[in-house]
Ligand binder design. Structure first.
Ligand SMILES: [Zn+2]
Length: 382
């Protein structure tokens, strides 16, 4: 059995003490400031003098800033996240030059942010994590185990819009490829059920989701009634962010379990390409949540398939998967969304099936046809 070594990120909730939180909040502020100052210097140098400033030069600038009296507070936090921030800026420019991203923009002052610590800025002893400038280890809720004997090479501390703290650890892990399977599966994404498999199985929305969505709607209304800039508005915003975070967390769990199972049980997994989702118009909030879930689902399938030696095939987004009979291939002229059952118009066939199962079977058939045409078919990214 082949064994591959992969970098993997593990993310945990963490609970800094008031003293640690104070340090982290200041660190995030300094990270943002250094990023923005670095961006400003690069931008000016280019537009005024047509000069390109590289990472080493911004790093030298950082040393100068630290000596300035008005920026002396930069010395109160670990210098590693500040250096890393300039590295991220460098990467943002490289991505821009290589036409993978648009021109870097200033980081706005927000509750959210992240600070990246490399090995010299944290200690990892007996499963406890202590960051530079902290006197005690960070309290981490270890929701799962790190791979045996692994040691984080990078640690990123971040805060989300709901004000919660997280720590992500990058570790190297050995992953054995799974034995080959003969099964393959097609997946159709919908709104009434989250996913439908070509086997006929449906994966429904989490039970609490309707209630959560109603709560989000209510909190949104509350927020819109509050006066701009007031502390009540800030509090209402935080409540809304927390409700969103809860929905996202539950989704995250469900998706991970599902994608792991699909990859374990099947050699080939066929999905629709991204973009097809834009056609489902049925309530903006429900759609936004479903779209986010679909994107996460695709991304997880992609890396898990690669890890475990499975094949993921994304079929053309213009495939008329809901209008085609999965038994005989007849194409129907029309198949409105409200029609939940597919009935084949061909009299000799007469196939009837749940709309989504029929679509999932067509996605599977199309994906297998793609696979048969040539190996090494990679999912197309939208
Ligand atoms: Zn038919």
């Amino acid at each position: 059995m082949a064994v591959l070594s992969r970098h993997r990120t593990f993310r945990f909730r963490c609970y800094p003490t008031p003293e640690q939180e104070d340090n982290l909040v200041r660190t995030l502020g300094c990270v943002r400031l250094v990023y923005n100052k670095g961006l400003e210097s690069r931008h000016k140098a280019w537009f005024r003098r047509r000069e390109r400033i590289n990472y080493a030069q911004t790093s030298a600038l950082l040393t100068k800033w630290k000596h300035r009296q008005d920026l002396a507070f930069l010395n109160d936090v670990s210098s590693v996240p500040l250096q890393q921030s300039l590295r991220h800026l460098q990467k943002a420019f490289v991505n821009f030059w290589e036409k993978r991203a648009s021109y870097p923009v200033f980081k706005k002052k927000r509750l959210t942010g992240a600070a990246e610590y490399t090995k010299s800025a944290f200690t990892w002893t007996n499963g406890e994590l202590k960051l530079a400038k902290h006197t005690a280890p960070l309290e981490v809720r270890w929701s799962r185990r790190l791979p045996k004997g692994s040691e984080p090479s990078t640690v990123t501390v971040s805060r989300d819009r709901a004000g919660r703290w997280f720590v992500s650890m990058l570790v190297e892990q050995d992953i054995p490829t799974l034995p080959e399977r003969r099964e393959s599966v097609g997946v159709d994404a919908g709104l009434t059920s989250l996913f439908t498999l070509s086997t006929g199985e449906t994966i429904t929305n989490p039970r609490h989701e309707r209630r959560d969505r109603e709560r989000i709607r209510k909190l949104r209304r509350d927020l819109s009634r509050k006066q701009a800039g007031s502390s009540n508005r800030r509090k209402a915003g935080l409540r809304l962010a927390r409700a969103h975070a809860r929905v996202a967390d539950r989704r995250h769990d469900i998706l991970h379990k599902l994608t792991t199972r699909l990859v374990r049980e099947n050699q080939v997994i066929c999905v629709e390409d991204l973009g097809v989702r834009g056609m489902l118009g049925n309530g903006r909030l429900a759609r936004a949540i479903a779209d986010a879930a679909w994107a996460a689902f695709r991304a997880q399938l992609e890396y898990k398939a690669e890890w475990y030696g499975r094949t993921l095939i994304a079929v053309d987004r213009f495939l008329p998967s809901s209008k085609t009979c999965s038994a005989c291939g007849t194409l129907k002229e029309d198949m409105p969304l409200r029609q939940r059952v597919f009935t084949c118009p061909e009299r000799e066939c007469g196939h009837t099936e749940d709309r989504d199962v029929n679509a999932a079977k067509n996605i599977l058939a199309a994906g297998l046809a793609v696979a048969a045409c040539g190996d090494g078919v990679r999912p197309k990214r939208a």
